[in-house]
Design a protein around this ligand. Structure first.
Ligand SMILES: Nc1ncnc2c1ncn2[C@@H]1O[C@H](COP(=O)(O)OP(=O)(O)OP(=O)(O)O)[C@@H](O)[C@H]1O
Length: 288
């Protein structure tokens, strides 16, 4: 589903969580939504899911306004970090309820996912652990197959084997049933290989929206003798640098053409990639 957000503002009293955010996603991809604590990720996803009404600006999904648009919101699913199941009854009851709410529900796939995440149909939801609740949430998100499915750090409570089982299931199911998926996460290195595009927001504003490969290709680590590194990086965008004795490593952001790359090699410098997490840290600034 296509998403168009223009000059979106969301305020909670005096707090401006989204500050004239403009963003268009063409849909049919897996998007990573990244941002520091309090940057506005949950706020943005809540507006897209019509859990909250925008204070100003426009939000359209497939060209339609979102808020109080029941026909549209049935096709949109937001799985939050608290899990998305009712607290009464058993896992089986919760699945029954989820099926009732979700038009594209695949009951057979839901049963397979119970095994994947080691969940017991007769277990009481109320007595499930935090990780089991998170697993129930992602199960509902996956088996719901909503054309727009958003996971808001929904898998944070899950242990690493369960999280990797989720990533595998997500990718396999997305390949079989393409749809628009947005994953908001702080576990960047774990999930970034799934992202086709990355959106980074900070202080409620858009910082970056790029294809993952393009974003990664913009970051280059330059390592070598400090003086040569400084000469080479002069006038370029340096995100950060580390020095150990005479050796310095600088992180550059921006396209480096072939001529510059050759110059670096001639100067005895080493060029290498930067991990998504490092790019994220430097693009979103110092700790608040
Ligand atoms: N219900 C609320 N009432 C008042 N302020 C809120 C409320 N929810 C969020 N905020 C504020 O809005 C801003 C954005 O919060 P939001 O939860 O969208 O950020 P986030 O990027 O999802 O953060 P995190 O990574 O910590 O989950 C923050 O300053 C937060 O304190």
């Amino acid at each position: 589903m296509r998403i168009d957000v223009e000059d979106l503002v969301l305020r909670y009293g005096d707090v401006t969580a989204l500050d004239r955010l403009t963003l268009s996603l063409e849909g049919g991809k897996i998007y990573g939504l990244l941002g520091r604590n309090g940057s506005g990720k949950t706020s943005l996803l809540s507006v897209l899911a019509a859990f909250r009404k925008e204070s100003a600006g426009t939000v359209r999904i497939d060209g339609q306004p979102v808020f109080e648009n029941a026909g549209l919101t049935r096709r949109v699913s937001l799985i939050r970090d608290v899990g998305e199941t009712i607290d009464i009854g058993t896992v089986e009851d919760a699945l029954y309820f989820a099926e009732w709410l979700r038009p594209n529900w695949d009951a057979e796939y839901a049963r397979t996912l119970l095994d994947t995440f080691g969940l017991t149909p007769k277990a009481k939801v109320k007595s499930m652990s935090k990780g089991q609740r998170s697993a129930m949430g992602v199960l509902v998100g996956l088996a719901g197959r909503a054309p727009l499915t958003m996971f808001d750090e929904s898998y944070l409570g899950m242990d690493p084997p369960s999280r990797y089982a989720f990533y595998d299931a997500l990718l396999a199911d997305y390949m079989a049933h393409p749809r628009t998926i947005i994953l908001s996460t702080h576990l960047i290195e774990e999930v970034s290989s799934l992202f086709e595009e990355v959106v980074i927001i900070d202080h409620g504003r858009l910082v970056v929206h790029e294809e993952t490969q393009t974003l990664l290709s913009r970051g280059t680590a330059v390592t070598g003798p400090a003086e040569q590194v400084d000469t080479f990086t002069h006038g370029l965008t340096v995100l950060g640098a580390k020095q150990l004795g005479p050796t310095k490593s600088a992180m550059l952001y921006g396209d480096l053409d072939d001529a510059r790359r050759r110059k670096a090699v001639e100067a005895g410098l080493e060029l290498g990639p930067i991990a998504m997490q490092d790019l994220f840290i430097h693009l979103t600034g110092e700790p608040k």
